[in-house]
Every structure is written in structure tokens, then in C-alpha cells.
Design a protein around this ligand. Structure first.
Ligand SMILES: *Cc1c(COP(=O)(O)O)cnc(C)c1O
Length: 356
């Protein structure tokens, strides 16, 4: 035991991120849901133009990134909050909206950072069991007592499944005085009928988080967003300004604005990822894997004869990284595979054909 730690830090069980290879190590990296393509070509020039201004602090609310997000997604810039990756917006939400008097519920199978935040910020977290192993139980979430908030990822990770917008609407409408947070990290890979953005006008208790890490190829830049009513943005801003006034740096703000403005490039790369996902899904099924149709940039696959740890190890030996979660046990025999380029997916299928 470390005698210097305070109680909460002692009790914290940190999030375990997927393996990051050493710089220069040549692997096919399909383990942390990054985009296989580089960011928009406009990003480099935008970042370079900011370098001479690095002596000056950035805009505290990342105004240029907020405006670019608002323009790209048809929302009002006043309703947009910028964070250092969407993980930070999630952490701020835990600090701003929930505590022992305002508890939180989440599907038992979801983003594994939520239980970490719940412990770290002393928020009671109620885990709602899944239906048919992978499906979110909308009815139970809707029927919870109305003071309980809800957090869920849609599309969900690591299941890759999405709830339709009307399910989100029912959950949100069932608790107008508690915050419902929908984590839309993978939304650009899902059908248009999934995003909860159109619900914002009628639901001031709805907060939506987004990230540029997946669909905009900027995982290395750390830019996330939260969109919601003025009351919710005020809550996040209060937490930010009691913590770090400048959560996004000048380079990140410039990169974000440039990436969001280049909707043509984002649409093209997203289409390529979706096409590769659908081809990979078929390829995996013809090798005997079972997997649901994905609405994200990854799949969750199970093989009936070869165990997931064995397959993961054999892939590792061939220089291909994929992810496996040991908990909960229902998914321990599945591999979460991020969608790479078409040629990376072909290399994966060729390796799997030898292994299984
Ligand atoms: C990747 C991911 C995030 C975090 O993204 P960052 O913006 O890179 O912090 C948040 N939620 C889910 C469900 C994710 O998969």
C-alpha cells in the first residue's frame, strides 16, 4: 500500500488502455479503434499556422473548434463544449451531474471507463444486465426511478450495436430532472437514424459526447465535444474552470477546426471504413466466426472452435494486434477487431484462415 495516497486514489482502479506499440515497431494495429487513415490534408497547414502563436494561451472555450463542430453538425455553437478528448468530457460530466444523491445507471456491457469514473468520483453506478448477452435493456432503463441518471454509448462498445433514436428518446423522457449522457464516439459509422442530436431541442437533460479520435483520424490530437442545453454546458464549464482553464491547446483547436471543415474527406474515409467493415464481416463469417452486424468501426467476433486468447496470441505472433476483454466473462471468448484499411483487413483474414 502506498501511504501517500488519499482514499479515492487508493480505491481507484485505473482504466487499462489497449496496447500501443513502440514507435517504429511494424504491426497491423486493430486493437484501439483508431482510424486507419491519416487526418485531412488540411490539418497539417492549420497546425503549422498556429505554431508562431504558441507563446499565447489558447481560447479558453476553444471557440474555433466549437464553431466548426456547430457548422458540421447543424447545432448552435453555444451548446457545444470542447474537451481534451471525449474521455475528459465524460470525466467532467461525472463531476458535474452525479453523486450519492444523484446516482447513475449504465448497461452492464459498455465502455469500461464508466465504472472507473464512477469509483473515482464516488458516484453509485447501477449496472443493468444485458438482454441476449449483447443488447441494451431499454425497457429496464426507462423504468428506473426518475432521479437516476443514465450513461450509455450508442453505438455501444464493445458490442458494436446501436439503439434506434426513439429508444434514446424514451430513456431521456423518462427522467427529465436527471442527466442522460449518450456517448456517440462511433456515431459517424452508424446510420443517420441513430444520432440523438435531433432530440436536444426537446430535452434539456440530454448530453451527447462526440470525439474526433475515431471518424476524424485525430486520436493523437485529443479533441472531444459535448453538446447539450445551456444548463448542462454550464455544469461542464464550472468543472473545467475549477480544474484547468485551457483544456484544448492551440494546435488541437486548429487541427479540430480544419478536420471538421473538411467534410468531403471525412465522408470519404468513413465510407471506406464502412465498406471494409462490411467486407470483413463477410470474410469472418465465411471462416466460421459469429458476430453481429456492426454500426461502429470495429466488430466483436467469436469463433466456435478456436478460443479467443489462442487466436489473439497467434495474430500477435504474426504482427497483428486485436483486443480482448476478460470481463465480463460473457465476452471473454470474443475478439474486438478495429477496422483497418482494405489491405490490412485482407492481411487479417489471410492470417485467420491459417489460424482457425
Ligand atoms: C474511444 C472512445 C471514447 C474516447 O475517445 P477520446 O475522445 O479519444 O477520449 C469515448 N467513448 C467511447 C465509447 C469510446 O470508444
Amino acid at each position: 500500500m502506498n501511504p501517500y495516497l488519499n482514499r479515492l486514489t487508493q480505491e481507484t482502479i485505473p482504466y487499462a488502455a489497449g496496447e500501443q506499440p513502440r514507435d517504429g515497431e511494424r504491426v497491423i494495429k486493430l486493437n484501439t479503434n483508431e482510424n486507419p487513415y491519416p487526418p485531412s490534408p488540411h490539418v497539417a497547414a492549420a497546425v503549422a499556422a498556429e505554431v508562431p502563436k504558441l507563446n499565447l494561451y489558447p481560447s479558453p472555450d476553444a471557440a474555433a473548434a466549437r464553431r466548426a463542430f456547430a457548422a458540421a453538425y447543424g447545432v448552435c455553437a453555444d451548446n457545444v463544449f470542447v474537451s481534451n478528448g471525449s474521455d475528459e468530457a465524460l470525466a467532467f460530466a461525472f463531476m458535474a451531474f452525479w453523486d450519492s444523491g444523484k446516482p447513475l445507471a449504465t448497461p452492464a456491457l459498455g465502455y469500461s471507463f464508466y465504472p472507473v469514473y464512477a469509483r473515482r468520483f464516488d458516484v453509485p453506478l447501477i449496472q443493468i444486465p444485458m438482454i441476449n448477452t449483447l443488447e441494451v435493456d431499454t425497457e429496464t432503463l426507462t423504468a428506473l426511478p426518475p432521479h437516476i441518471g443514465v450513461i450509455l454509448a450508442n453505438p455501444n462498445a464493445p458490442t458494436s450495436l446501436a439503439l434506434p433514436r426513439d429508444a434514446i428518446a424514451r430513456i431521456t423522457a423518462s427522467r427529465p430532472n436527471a442527466v442522460v449522457l449518450i456517448d456517440e464516439a462511433y456515431i459517424d459509422f452508424a446510420p443517420d437514424s441513430v444520432t440523438a442530436l435531433p432530440l436536444l431541442t426537446d430535452h434539456p437533460n440530454l448530453l451527447i459526447t462526440r470525439t474526433l479520435s475515431k471518424s476524424h483520424s485525430l486520436a493523437g490530437m485529443r479533441v472531444g465535444f459535448a453538446v447539450g442545453s445551456p444548463q448542462l454546458i454550464d455544469g461542464l464549464s464550472r468543472v473545467r474552470d475549477s480544474f484547468n482553464s485551457y483544456v484544448a491547446d492551440r494546435l488541437a483547436i486548429a487541427a479540430a477546426a480544419a478536420a471538421l471543415a473538411d467534410t468531403t474527406y471525412q465522408t470519404e474515409t468513413t465510407r471506406a471504413v464502412i465498406a471494409a467493415r462490411d467486407a470483413l464481416t463477410n470474410g469472418l463469417r465465411s471462416l466460421g466466426f459469429t458476430l453481429p452486424d456492426s454500426s461502429a468501426n470495429f466488430v466483436l467476433a467469436h469463433h466456435p472452435r478456436k478460443s479467443a486468447p489462442e487466436i489473439q496470441q497467434s495474430l500477435r505472433e504474426r504482427g497483428i494486434l486485436v483486443r480482448r476483454f476478460q470481463n465480463p466473462p460473457e465476452i471473454a471468448d470474443r475478439l474486438r477487431i478495429s477496422i483497418g484499411t482494405e489491405s490490412e483487413c485482407r492481411a487479417l483474414l489471410a492470417a485467420l484462415a491459417e489460424i482457425v
